[in-house]
Design a protein around this ligand. Sequence first.
Ligand code: HEM
Length: 415
Amino acid sequence: MPDATAVDITSHDTFVQGVPHEVFARLRAESPISWTEEADGGRGFWSITKYDDVLFASRHTELFSSRLGIRMEDMSDEETEARRTMMEMDSPEHTRLRRIVARPFTPRAVADYEGAVRELAQEVLANLQGRNEFDFVKDVARELPMKMLGRLLGLPDNDLDWLVSRGDALIGNSDPDFTDYVVDQTDTSDYRLLPFRSPVAIELFEYAQRALEERRATPTHDVLTALLAPSKDGDTLDDATLKNFFTLMVAAGNDTTRYTMTAGTQVFMEHPEIFASIPSMDSAQMKLLVDEVLRWASTTMHFRRTVVEDTELHGQKLKKGDKVVIWYISANFDDDQFDDPMTFDPARTPNDHVAFGLHSAHLCLGAHLARLELRVMFEEMAKAWSSIEAAGPSERFRSNFISGTKRLPVKVTWR
Ligand code: HEM
């Protein structure tokens, strides 16, 4: 095994080569709660890598807080305050906001979107008719999540490409392909009070403000209008919260699903028999397949918490104020939890992966929507194409936070 300490898991560059699974395996075996130094002057953090410890830290929000930041990097109090979204809240503040915004994302609400998702997936694939080679990420995976979010938020189709590019610039703030303001390569201090330290957030705030004003003037049936309505107990959200939530949707609901869809497609390219079996899978089998893709991709590799009071975990003494990074991607490959985790098993049961976080306060709000988009797109791809194979080298995204392939040239055979 390579020396775990020789691989810098804080560096965005490390993940361009691929996820260093062997490093996480070694940490799980030898040092499940390990101190990780940050190369660029950060104060360092605890890495939690075992499934059970990830569960413990996520569930005990009274000991591990989200309020002081959920990204590995340190932020000043001023920055954290200005950039706060529901992700950087603890209860009761978090519970109150989540109760209001969760309405359009419940399983029942999302089940109603299946027709729209399928129509959009078919449209994305129909636009490719006549082409056998294309970039799967750009032409398929990047298209569906934003189009669907656009439908949900009631945004005009003409704005969607622009919104995708703005979302990319935010989440892609560590990859020069997506932004001119690369966080660890340019001076972004002027933008430190904005989400992702990016001036792009201003454009999104302005866009959101206009969209909200339009809905106030003329209410419609979309999610934005719903968010303006008071909850059952009369609770409403102020504009700053609404704009931060809008920006969070565009950032969180976009590339995560895209990269997971891409990871699934890479599996289908390596295992054509799995792709070939999709048309005959029933809904329970499709559910298992999608969940294994989610585990396998583990697209959001980590989230951070901060220790609220001195505590001991797995024999390590964690001090109040210490940063703790919860490596979901490591938990998803823990062989104490998953049999033969490095094997993709389309029928894996049980599969209690943590790709969406935990069934606790911050479980991904878009989990049902993402599952639906992945299932429907895989079903439509298998209906449209009898095979899919590589047509050139792929390229990975530069990020220690999001694991993904940003370019995947493919060659397909249409049915
Ligand atoms: C495969 C796709 C996705 C993955 C892997 C993913 C992953 C995650 C994870 C791991 C968290 C937990 C954060 C934490 O522990 O602090 C989270 C939270 C969240 N996700 Fe997702 N996500 C996906 C898709 C989406 C979509 C489609 C949306 C919205 C349309 C979305 C919106 C959110 C929001 C708003 C939160 C914050 C929830 C809270 O703090 O209560 N996500 N996501």
